[in-house]
Design a binder for this molecule. Structure first.
Ligand SMILES: NC(=O)c1ccc[n+]([C@@H]2O[C@H](COP(=O)([O-])OP(=O)(O)OC[C@H]3O[C@@H](n4cnc5c(N)ncnc54)[C@H](O)[C@@H]3O)[C@@H](O)[C@H]2O)c1
Length: 261
């Protein structure tokens, strides 16, 4: 197992929910953690939680809806701690709609910018810093919305599908440089983002049950510590037993269609 002690992590969306839990858990492993978020007060709170528990962390303000912001964020982290070993691209927004029509162009662009373009931007900026360290790990938070029909927000699903495809395509390109790329596809997790859910999605989750942010943090710590783990797409969901389940997504399924050619 790979020791994380003294290594540097940057977690986006770490002012809240999954990002905050993950930042705390990485700090508990001895990592120096950069908490990156648009919410300054809550970001400072995450830093305080970490430092009060004896860990090391600092806050970087970033608004990932602004093109160029991922580069500035990574530069700030590298300046602060002298390098970067782990990037958890985790920040996202959710805006839902009940029918095909009401989601306007502006919301579409905003969700694609924060939820997908900023993930790519973060990777682009982080890779040179990781090369200088001789390797690293990138863990992108996608969603089950990338794998199953998600009528509550087409833009959110499209962005998360993009994160998944991007992670899959980056992984073999970066593996020879000792940079591992993984994507996580959580089902419902009890966080602030769910306040934007439709009533339909909330009702479905009430039946299935939700995960805790720490359940996702555990997967991030596992992937960071196991440098022998192959690039993987991981589903996280609550199983029938009530316990969290971590599932590898295998090859896509194929079936021949007869009667066309
Ligand atoms: N909660 C769920 O059910 C669920 C399920 C699947 C995937 N996810 C994904 O998990 C990740 C974390 O979300 P969460 O559930 O912890 O929600 P959350 O709302 O608690 O956290 C999202 C964080 O992203 C930050 N953020 C939003 N816009 C930003 C911007 N422009 N610039 C910088 N930071 C910004 C927010 O301030 C917040 O701290 C997201 O990628 C989300 O899509 C969540």
């Amino acid at each position: 197992m790979y020791s994380l002690h003294g290594k540097v992590a940057l977690v986006t969306g770490a002012a809240s929910g999954i990002g905050r839990a993950t930042a705390q858990m990485l700090a508990r492993q001895g990592m120096r953690v950069v908490v990156a978020d648009v919410q300054d007060a809550l970001g400072a709170e995450t830093v305080a939680l970490i430092t009060r528990a004896g860990g090391e962390a600092s806050f970087v303000h970033v608004d990932l809806s602004e093109p160029g912001s991922p580069h500035a964020m990574i530069d700030a982290a590298v300046q602060r701690y002298g390098g970067l070993d782990l990037l958890h691209n985790n920040a996202a927004i959710l805006r839902t709609h009940d029918t095909f029509d009401p989601q306007g162009e502006e919301q579409w662009r905003l969700m694609l910018e924060i939820n997908l373009n900023a993930v790519y931007g973060g990777c682009r900026a982080a890779v040179p810093a990781m090369r200088r360290r001789g390797g690293g790990v990138i863990i992108n938070t996608a969603s089950m919305a990338a794998l199953t029909p998600y009528g509550d927000s087409m833009a959110y699903a499209a962005a998360k599908g993009g994160v998944l495809a991007l992670s899959r395509s980056m992984a073999p390109l970066l593996a020879p440089e000792n940079i591992r790329v993984h994507a996580l596809c959580p089902a419902g997790v009890q966080t602030a983002i769910l306040q934007h859910s439709t009533a339909r999605a909330t009702a479905a989750r009430a039946v299935r049950g939700v995960l805790a942010p720490e359940d996702i943090g555990r997967a991030v710590v596992y992937l960071a510590q196991h440098d022998e783990v192959e690039p993987l797409i991981m589903i996280l969901r609550r199983g029938d037993s009530g316990k969290p389940e971590y599932i590898r997504v295998g090859a896509y399924a194929e079936e021949h269609i007869s009667g066309i050619a």
